[in-house]
Design a protein around this ligand. Structure first.
Ligand SMILES: Cc1cc2nc3c(=O)[nH]c(=O)nc-3n(C[C@H](O)[C@H](O)[C@H](O)COP(=O)(O)OP(=O)(O)OC[C@H]3O[C@@H](n4cnc5c(N)ncnc54)[C@H](O)[C@@H]3O)c2cc1C
Length: 467
């Protein structure tokens, strides 16, 4: 049972004045819109803010943060809630979902995008120009949270992480001042935001570089789960040979027995190889042949892709659900790790997906002008489970935690902020996202930008990280 949060009396008195200033919406507990406005994509983030402001524009964000400053409210910002981190209980939750402007400068290959946009809002504007952003495996996540948290997608091995595509950020700081951060102006803030995300204020718009994506080929090929060991061994051999323009994953997927799933796939456990090749179909088919020709696939969905297909290749769930995940970087897909991944296809397990994503190439070289720890593993081992309330959800969460513990001895220790997951959330886990040299610098930036420690939810950077 949650206690109902409430605003301090003075703040409650000033609420009508705030409402009058905003183009967007305000909700407090008891309002009809409160539950919808506090909801996250991940339903386990059952946050209970004392106040929600759904901003209609940057001025609304300024007004909301001025209100928080005047009434000493802690603040967090959320777009979709795919990766909300520590929940905002009793504070101000700024929702950005209405900040959805998208403007493409095709000649300059840049994009200006509101902080509430999802990749699905952006791609229709870039695709007609043969351009693509560094979109994720999932196009339904928010551009801002994804990019500020690292941003690992299907073009990663060719073009690196989305965080490196940022050219400018329009930000409202905790004291409600509005600044533009670039490599030249507010350079320290620009450095920290690209990885430090919601620790330093609310980003209201991002300017990002786009990449040329005239031809793409890829998709998934699914084999029966019973063949997991053989398919994973073939995948391990194959990734040692592929060039940088191939980004891929290999996943044990338990397809839910849901009516929305086509009948032949419903309820199956499969081992899937997903890939995206930046280039023409003939060369791509040649590159992909070793993993498409293992014989008798359940289905081979590899094909020429439009940029708009990229975020759908992995067939991730779209609708909100309760979920818990964990990821670790590993140096190689050793026989021991191949066996571990293959074992995930055996018996009954409450894990929706256990995958390895092939990193290296441009991903290994990314993030050098940010605080992020270099992604020093050749692969990311990643698990996600549905965790509904009750014993089934608890068992699923325990299974994720058990796999996380099994992976620890193999892990390099680095991790992207957006893959820190829901199992470990303390400062030691957050530290994994940043280089040791960056941590005291981030703490200093945090103390300077946010002296009142208002932005203390999400993935909070400890203010006392020292050399
Ligand atoms: C199904 C699923 C698929 C995913 N696929 C990928 C993937 O392919 N690649 C990948 O890299 N990650 C992926 N993620 C991980 C991660 O959740 C997202 O990258 C990221 O969190 C999405 O951001 P969001 O804005 O949608 O989420 P939110 O939960 O709204 O935000 C995530 C974090 O960013 C902060 N934030 C959001 N907006 C702002 C803002 N305007 N200013 C400052 N801080 C802000 C939030 O406070 C929060 O800490 C996936 C997660 C899920 C659940």
């Amino acid at each position: 049972m949650h206690a109902t949060p409430s605003l301090p009396t003075a703040a409650a008195t000033d609420l009508d004045a705030l409402r009058a200033q905003l183009g967007g919406a305000v909700a407090t507990p008891g309002d009809a819109s409160y539950d919808a406005l506090r909801a996250s994509w991940n339903l386990t983030f059952d946050q209970r803010p004392a106040l929600v402001v759904e901003a209609a524009d940057g001025d609304d964000v300024v007004a909301a943060l001025r209100f928080a400053d005047a009434h000493d409210l802690a603040v967090t910002v959320q777009s979709t809630g795919h990766g909300a981190g520590q929940t905002c209980d009793g504070g101000l939750l700024v929702r950005t979902g209405r900040l959805r402007e998208v403007a493409v400068d095709a000649a300059a290959r840049t994009l200006r995008v509101g902080a509430g946009a999802r990749w699905t809002d952006v791609i229709p504007h870039t695709a007609p120009h043969g351009l693509a952003p560094l979109v994720g495996f999932n196009a339904h996540v928010g551009v801002a949270g994804y990019t500020l948290g690292g941003g690992l997608g299907w073009l990663g091995r060719t073009h690196g992480l989305a965080v490196d595509s940022v050219r400018a950020l329009d930000v409202v700081l905790p004291d409600a001042t509005r600044v533009r951060a670039t490599a030249e102006t507010e350079a320290e803030l620009f450095w920290g935001l690209r990885g430090g995300g919601s620790n330093f204020g609310v980003v209201v718009a991002l300017e990002l570089e786009l990449v040329a994506a005239p031809e793409l080929f890829g998709g998934m090929v699914l084999y029966p789960g019973a063949r997991a060991a053989e398919v994973i061994a073939a995948y391990a051999e194959w990734i040692a040979t592929v060039p940088d323009e191939v980004t891929s994953n290999c996943a044990v997927i338990r397809i839910p027995p849901a009516p929305a799933v086509p009948e032949p796939l419903r309820g199956l456990t499969v081992v899937a190889i997903g890939a995206c090749v930046l280039g023409g179909a003939a060369r791509a088919q040649e590159l992909l042949a070793p993993v498409r020709s293992l014989g008798d696939p359940v289905v081979d969905m590899m094909r020429p892709l439009a940029p708009g297909d990229l975020g759908e290749v992995a067939m991730d769930p779209v609708d909100p659900m309760p979920a818990a995940g964990h990821a670790e970087l590993v140096r190689a897909l050793t026989p021991e790790l191949q066996a571990l991944l293959a074992s995930m296809a055996e018996g009954e397990r409450p894990l929706a997906i256990v995958e390895v994503r092939h990193l290296g190439a441009a991903i290994a070289r990314a993030g050098t002008t940010t605080p992020l720890a270099p992604l020093d593993g050749e692969l990311m081992f990643h698990v996600e489970a549905a965790t509904p309330p009750g014993p089934a959800g608890e068992a699923a969460r325990a299974a994720v935690a058990e796999l996380a513990a099994t992976l620890k001895p193999h892990a390099t220790g680095a991790m992207l902020p957006s893959f820190l997951g829901e199992i470990e959330t303390g400062p030691a886990r957050i530290a994994q996202a940043y280089t040791p040299q960056s941590r005291p610098r981030l703490a200093e930036l945090k103390r300077t930008c946010d002296p009142g420690d208002r932005f203390r939810f999400g993935r909070p950077i400890p203010r006392d990280w020292a050399d």
